[in-house]
Design a protein around this ligand. Structure first.
Ligand SMILES: [Zn+2]
Ligand SMILES: [Zn+2]
Length: 766
């Protein structure tokens, strides 16, 4: 949309007799680091316009003197042909005092005031750069950091804005004459490319063995040595442009087992880096949307269904699951590596258990010396390290499992009413923070579990970096009602330091608010049913909530009902041992007696007698169902049992589900599990029972929406990463003409809490 702002412009008659005026065009949105100024320059040349373009603290500014017809054509072309990676939020046209320009030029940036623009995410390598690095006649042949105006790291290497080379980690790399020539050549794809570099002037690779002996410096030598090591079963640590990855040959079972043992990660799935989309298509069943996602500028990990053609050792890559996390090379370095090997590689974030992804050369040696056999470093500093983003597709919904590289911290298309600076601290286990500033909303990448010291340090330093970058001082800090969260404690500390107000928002209300905010449902005149299902969160009655039904109307969120409370015992052990959830939920406890030793049985029964802590956690109900149905009694990683339950449910191809709660509008966990066990004893097959468990829960949602006469159903919480549940619910909802809304740009899990806190504050508090 173009907004014309009346100005004090004065018309002049040009030499051809037409009336010309000077115009200023202001463009806001994701317009820096995406090739916007070169695009404007070339467009201006085509239209024979004179004037200038530059980046400032709000986006891109253009001044030009021309006729009304020309400016209209100019605006139309900007809107229709802007660079692929750009997102225009708003364009405004002002008439300004007349100026005579000699030519059209790109001017140096002018940072006038407080930064107010979306931060550009990293972009995966583009096709044009890919073909250059494989072409022996091209001067960028095998240059592992080849980028152009359309691709390459942005957020990961940006120290400050506006996006200019001297504000990035490339500041210390001076362009050689050839690169400098490209930089000023309007027809070159590196015209005004801030990340421009080549093997003469750019980033250098260095390959070391585990004893810190330099074993490779040239790309071709390095690729050859790496190939030799990987095919012999070695583990490679490689510094990508967003942080280190650990890689091994995905076809060598012993290498994968070795990596699992060294990372102390017995079962958690690994992602696989494939050299090409053609190879992915041969080995996996993938939809058009999944292929598009893999090839997008985000280049995420996408969970794809294995087929009989999948040649990997899937049982060691993703034990007990039928999906594999697949990705394509997102940088020139990974593209070169993948292409020289021609085989899929295990590629997982380089860290030790629970620590954040490593991005510094000396850190990787310090922390992972016992894990890798060879390590490939480079000398480009990474300011904001990020994991790969992870996506999964249900039939009608894209589910974000982790929002990180390529997705964060671009804003979510939400405009805030408040002009105050607000910092929302998020949750504890899947931490993110959200900064609300000058009506924009910035949600950070996923950090991880804040109880791990290194994760907490990175989370804290990123908050400080954002506040410095935006020269912002929070007026209000929002924290969870659980004051034991590291995020809440830090929030209180920061509030004291900045003399900011502290506001508490209940965990599940924040989840609900996140989906209301993402789908602009706060403005809805109709009631909205909120279904928030996750593992844990402190409730308003000091019990542990997690199976919540809310109603939103007129700026208020009310709790309607919840999964029947059951005992929460043994603290963190409850989430690690699904059998404990089964024990706590079942009224007829003897039905799970065989899962415990005599000593355990006595102990847990004793604990139960004095226990007062109750929970409505659906996450634990899923655990209990997996324990009852599939004998999954211990989780080796978070949500393992419920992922296996999802996999088994996906094997059911029929549609005749069993309603295990006989039309109920609320959930009694004990009754549900009791019926599930009885059906199993009757000999009903497991896929049908697993699918019926999901169907029963989905049916309760629909029954409740009917009873409350609510048409819009909004779902959030980690449980909605279960694609089978989402598919069943989505089918039932469309049959009953209900509108189903689920988080779409944010993950459904606790990563969305910080955004939800801010949305709740904006719409239900102020
Ligand atoms: Zn490119
Ligand atoms: Zn160069």
């Amino acid at each position: 949309m173009v907004r014309l702002v009346a100005g004090q412009g004065k018309a002049q008659i040009c030499k051809y007799g037409s009336i010309v005026k000077t115009y200023k065009i202001e463009i806001n949105g994701q317009v820096q680091g995406v090739g916007f100024r070169p695009f404007i320059y070339n467009l201006a040349q085509k239209l024979e316009l004179k004037g200038h373009v530059y980046n400032n603290h709000t986006g891109v500014l253009i001044s030009t003197t021309c006729t009304k017809a020309t400016i209209e054509k100019f605006l139309e072309d900007i809107q229709n042909n802007s660079p692929k990676a750009s997102v225009i939020d708003q364009m405004s046209l002002h008439e300004v005092p007349y100026e005579d320009y000699e030519d059209f030029r790109i001017k140096p940036n002018a940072k006038g005031a407080q930064l107010n623009l979306p931060l550009t995410p990293d972009f995966a390598i583009c096709d044009s750069c890919k073909s250059e690095i494989l072409d022996p006649n091209n001067r960028r042949y095998q240059y592992a950091f080849t980028t152009c105006v359309h691709c390459g790291p942005r957020y990961a290497i940006t120290q400050n804005y506006p996006f200019e080379r001297h504000h990035t980690s490339l500041a210390s790399f001076e362009m050689c004459p050839k690169c400098a020539k490209e930089y000023v050549h309007p027809q070159d794809i590196r015209f005004h490319s801030q990340t421009n570099s080549c093997s003469t002037c750019g980033i250098q690779l260095q390959l070391y063995d585990n004893d810190h002996n330099l074993i490779g410096k040239t790309t071709s030598g390095i690729l050859e040595t790496v190939q030799k090591h990987l095919s012999a079963g070695a583990i490679l640590a490689i510094k990508n442009t967003s942080g280190y990855l650990l890689c091994c040959d995905a076809n060598t079972k012993t290498a994968i087992q070795n990596l699992r043992a060294k990372k102390k990660r017995p079962n958690k799935p690994f992602a696989i880096l494939y050299p090409s989309i053609e190879q992915v298509k041969k080995e996996f069943r993938c939809s058009r949307k999944e292929i598009e996602a893999l090839q997008s500028s985000i280049a995420p990990i996408v969970l794809l269904k294995n087929t009989q053609h999948t040649r990997l050792s899937t049982s060691s890559i993703a034990p007990n699951l039928k999906h594999t996390g697949v990705m394509l090379p997102n940088s020139a370095l990974l593209y070169l590596l993948s292409n020289s090997l021609k085989t899929p590689l295990v590629a997982t974030s380089a860290n030790i258990h629970k620590s954040p992804i490593i991005a510094e050369n000396d850190e990787v040696a310090k922390q992972l010396k016992d894990v890798y056999d060879i390590v490939l470093h480079h000398n480009l500093p990474i300011k904001y390290p990020q994991d790969d983003s992870v996506l999964k597709y249900a039939q009608n919904n894209r589910l974000v499992l982790r929002r990180s590289r390529g997705m964060s911290p671009s804003h979510i298309g939400v405009s805030l009413k408040t002009r105050k600076c607000i910092l929302a601290m998020g949750s504890n286990l899947k931490s993110t923070f959200t900064l609300g500033l000058l009506s924009r909303c910035y949600t950070s990448q996923y950090f991880g579990d804040l109880d791990a010291y290194e994760v907490f340090s990175r989370y804290k330093s990123s908050i400080n970096s954002y506040l410095n970058l935006f020269e912002a001082k929070p007026d209000t800090i929002i924290i969870d009602t659980n004051l034991q969260y590291q995020s809440s404690m830090l929030g209180e500390e920061l509030a004291e330091f900045h003399k900011a107000d502290v506001v508490n928002v209940q965990h599940h209300k924040a989840h609900f608010a996140s989906v209301l905010g993402e789908h602009s449902l706060f403005e809805s005149k109709d009631k909205v049913l909120g279904v928030v299902w996750d593992g844990t969160g402190l409730g308003e009655d000091n019990q542990i909530w997690g199976g919540e039904f809310f109603c939103y109307q007129d700026r208020q969120i009310k709790r309607l009902t919840h999964l029947d409370y059951f005992d929460w015992i043994a603290g963190d052990k409850m989430a690690k041992e699904p059998r404990l959830s089964l024990f706590c939920i079942l009224d007829k406890k003897e039905k799970c007696k065989e899962k415990f030793s005599k000593v355990e049985w006595k102990l847990y029964n004793q604990i139960l007698q004095n226990n007062t802590l109750k929970t409505s956690s659906i996450g634990r109900l899923f655990d209990a169902a997996a324990s009852a149905l599939l004998d999954c009694n211990f989780n080796t990683f978070e949500a393992e049992a419920s992922m296996i339950l999802e996999r088994v449910a996906a094997d059911y191809k029929g549609k005749s589900y069993i309603d295990l709660l006989a039309g109920a509008e609320s959930i009694s966990g004990s009754l549900l599990l009791d019926n599930l066990i009885s059906e199993k004893e009757k000999g009903i097959n497991l896929p049908k029972l697993a699918a019926s468990f999901l169907y029963t829960l989905a049916l309760v949602v629909i029954n409740l929406s009917k009873a409350e006469d609510i048409k819009i159903i909004a779902c959030s919480g980690g449980v909605f990463q279960n694609a089978e549940l989402v598919n069943i619910l989505s089918e039932l909802a469309s049959k009953e003409a209900k509108y189903l809304k689920i988080n779409r740009n944010l993950s459904t899990n606790d990563e969305n809490i910080s955004f939800g806190q801010l949305m709740y504050y904006e719409h239900c508090i102020i």
